[in-house]
Design a protein around this ligand. Structure first.
Ligand SMILES: NC(=O)c1ccc[n+]([C@@H]2O[C@H](COP(=O)([O-])OP(=O)(O)OC[C@H]3O[C@@H](n4cnc5c(N)ncnc54)[C@H](O)[C@@H]3O)[C@@H](O)[C@H]2O)c1
Length: 341
């Protein structure tokens, strides 16, 4: 019989819905048994979409249900640390969405509590499970393009992240929300640790937002220098309206790999007026649909087979450290040296 891990999703918002639907409809080694949201009505709405599971307002209430073996934390970033610690201390494995936390202190605590309680901790970098990006990694590891010397990654989103992510009281801004993935990808594909980060950023699309949130930025570029001397470039911009756009380019000493496309498929309509029309990806949900399934399956397999998750708390911490360095560089207009103190 297939071993199915009993899972609770915490947070019935955008990311929670993606994970809950995958866990129920696409993943055979999971059994979704509970949904938690401080807004119980949202938990119940999502529960209806997945065929009905127990709903709770808090993780503490849910954890009274002793059958829960793992949680998927899909709540705003400022709650990740506290929820991870609570779950880990109850002996429950944790999949936590990116960005891992708001500070390195929080990330360190999450890692140490998970270790102490012998539970798995995986961070939601689903791009590592995207079939094309996975292939890129194996091409690099096999030496097909020689040594990677320049890794570029960009993300542009059609709309704005939720307000809690933009408000400096509850989030660390657009670059953390949108580009944590890019920082993780660049580090992973470069296969080296970052040593300096320099960033330029501004509110060029919605300058008025700066009146509300002093740290608001919506267009940015970061240049990362790695210990192997390779260079990473991450850029982002939101909202761009035209679609969800995630692309990567890896220059090696013996070749180039380009992955991702603005086009959401190969269909293109060409009419006699000589204009071509094509679709873009409407959302991250579509662009990385396989990645979300792959990361959840990988996490559950790590639990079933008692092995280390493919994306660890340390990976989440590293991406967070680059984000924090990028933010410091934006503030100071200078390159920032890692590790951060
Ligand atoms: N990997 C990805 O591509 C991806 C995509 C979107 C969001 N995310 C991440 O997922 C997380 C959630 O983002 P979102 O856009 O889904 O947010 P959201 O605002 O749409 O949903 C968050 C939900 O969490 C609930 N909530 C808040 N505090 C809670 C608590 N303490 N306990 C239980 N429920 C609580 C809220 O009521 C809300 O329903 C963020 O870390 C975000 O960065 C990742």
């Amino acid at each position: 019989m297939v071993r199915r891990v009993k899972v609770c999703v915490i947070g019935a918002g955008r990311a929670g819905e993606v994970h809950a639907l995958n866990l129920v409809k696409r993943i055979t080694i999971a059994e979704l048994v509970a949904i938690v949201d401080t807004d119980l009505a949202l938990a119940k709405q999502l529960s209806e979409k997945v065929g009905g599971v127990n709903c709770y307002r808090t993780l503490s209430e849910a954890l009274k249900n002793k059958e829960i073996e793992a949680v998927f934390i899909t709540t705003p970033t400022f709650t990740h640390s506290q929820l991870t610690i609570e779950a880990a201390e109850a002996g429950v494995h944790v999949f936590c969405e990116k960005p891992m936390a708001l500070s390195l202190e929080e990330a360190d605590k999450m890692i140490s509590v998970a270790k102490k309680n012998n539970v798995k901790l995986q961070i939601g970098f689903m791009r590592r499970f995207d079939p094309e990006i996975r292939k890129v990694k194996s091409l690099i590891v096999d030496g097909v393009i020689g040594r990677p010397v320049l890794v570029k990654s960009l993300t542009r989103g059609p709309g704005l992240p939720p307000r809690w992510a933009l408000d400096p009281k509850t989030g660390i801004g657009m670059i953390a929300e949108v580009s944590s993935h890019d920082f993780d990808s660049v580090r992973w594909l470069m296969g080296s640790e970052p040593k300096t980060v320099y960033s330029e950023a501004d509110a060029l699309i919605n300058p008025d937002f700066k009146k509300e949130y002093e740290t608001y930025h919506d267009v940015y570029v970061s240049i990362i220098r790695f210990e192997n001397n390779g260079i990473g470039v991450v850029d982002g911009g939101c909202p761009v309206g035209y679609g969800y756009d995630a692309r990567l380019e890896i220059l090696g000493t013996e070749g180039l790999i380009i992955v991702g496309d603005v086009k959401g498929g190969s269909l293109m309509l060409c009419k006699s007026d000589k204009k071509a029309v094509t679709e873009t990806f409407p959302s991250w949900r579509n662009r990385f649909s396989e990645g979300y399934i792959g990361e959840a399956e990988s996490f559950l397999r790590a639990i079933i087979e008692d092995k280390n998750p493919e994306v660890t708390g340390e990976d989440g911490r590293k991406a967070l450290e680059i984000v924090l360095a990028a933010l410091e560089s934006m503030r100071t207009n200078r390159p920032v040296t890692l590790p951060l103190r």
